[in-house]
Design a protein around this ligand. Structure first.
Ligand code: UTP
Length: 292
């Protein structure tokens, strides 16, 4: 039985929905209260018992590598001034996992980004977590761990899905589901961003995958699709025909932080969950909402 020991985070996209911020800074480094979104994703991976992580980066993404690296000067000052709580926070980030980087030289699409992970992954199943999708599960099972548990049973590619509003299906990869057992659906087919009228269902692929290594054979020959980009969904669709795959309806609240509204929702809801900020922030929201 194959074990999943590696995770890949594609974070090399241009982030055009978040311009001008993304002109010089990675959207994956947007703060959700006090942590970059990417750190929340790395924490989810570590909480799912995976320690080897590859981040696919691009131009303007150097701050990603800096965030997970040592900053001796800062550590020294925090130690000298007795700020041990802050020092602990800084050190935990560096010690969290074994993080590798590869640069996608051109943002040619998510499928192309995953192909850049080929040599890191080798011939084993691997996890993929999109760098702009954050999933909150609180004290529950981390989203990736839910998918890994499903993979352990099925030993086939698992897509993390949730049902979305019918009028939003044109923003996602949408699954045609076959037989279902509880949260697990057999995948018959997949379509990237279908028209609302033509969508086969409202079961949307939301930024979490466990993928078997055959995907690289399909990605190698994948022609550009929607938006002129090499789409992961197109390669998955072909692989589904030949090898079969499953969709798992994960539990948790997912935020698309690459979208301005999604980012604002994440920021507000994480702040409301923060034990230190919660009361003051709630009072402020109540005050301004009465004027809306
Ligand atoms: P998105 O489609 O959400 O990212 O890709 P984008 O292309 O940066 O977004 P917009 O539409 O221009 O605003 C999902 C994830 O895949 C990564 C992104 O960084 C994001 O985390 N990605 C996308 C790559 O790594 N490389 C690419 O060529 C495209």
């Amino acid at each position: 039985m194959s074990q999943v020991t590696k995770a890949v985070i594609p974070a090399a996209g241009l982030g055009t929905r978040f311009l001008p911020y993304t002109k010089a800074v990675a959207k994956e480094m947007l703060p959700i209260v006090d942590k970059p979104a990417l750190q929340l994703i790395v924490e989810e991976i570590v909480a799912s018992d995976i320690r080897e992580i590859l981040i696919i980066t691009g131009r303007n993404k150097q701050n990603i590598e800096n965030h997970f690296d040592r900053v001796y000067e800062l550590e020294h000052i925090l130690e000298q001034t007795g700020k041990f709580d802050s020092l602990k926070i800084v050190n935990e980030i560096t010690d969290m996992a074994d993080i590798h980087y590869v640069r996608q030289k051109e943002a040619r699409g998510l499928g192309h980004a995953i192909l850049c992970a080929r040599y890191f992954v080798g011939d084993a199943p691997f996890a993929v977590l999109l760098g702009d999708d954050v999933v909150y599960t609180g004290d529950g099972t981390p989203c990736l761990k839910q998918l890994l548990d499903c993979f352990e049973q099925k030993q086939k590619t698992i897509l993390g899905v949730q049902r979305v509003d019918r009028d939003k299906v044109n923003k996602y990869g949408i699954v045609t589901a076959g037989r279902s057992e509880g949260r697990v659906h057999e995948v018959i087919s997949l379509v990237e961003k279908p028209n609302v009228e033509e969508a086969p269902s409202n079961i949307a692929v939301l930024g979490r995958y466990v993928i078997t290594p055959e995907i690289f054979t399909y990605l190698e020959t994948q022609e550009p699709g929607a938006g002129g980009e090499i789409q992961l969904t197109d390669a998955l669709m072909k692989m589904c025909r030949d090898h079969g795959m499953y969709a798992y309806e994960f539990e948790g609240k997912r935020y698309d932080i690459g979208d301005k509204l999604g980012y604002l929702e994440a920021t507000v809801e994480y702040a409301l969950r923060d034990p230190v900020l919660s009361d003051g922030f709630k009072a402020y929201l109540k005050k301004i909402s009465s004027k809306l």
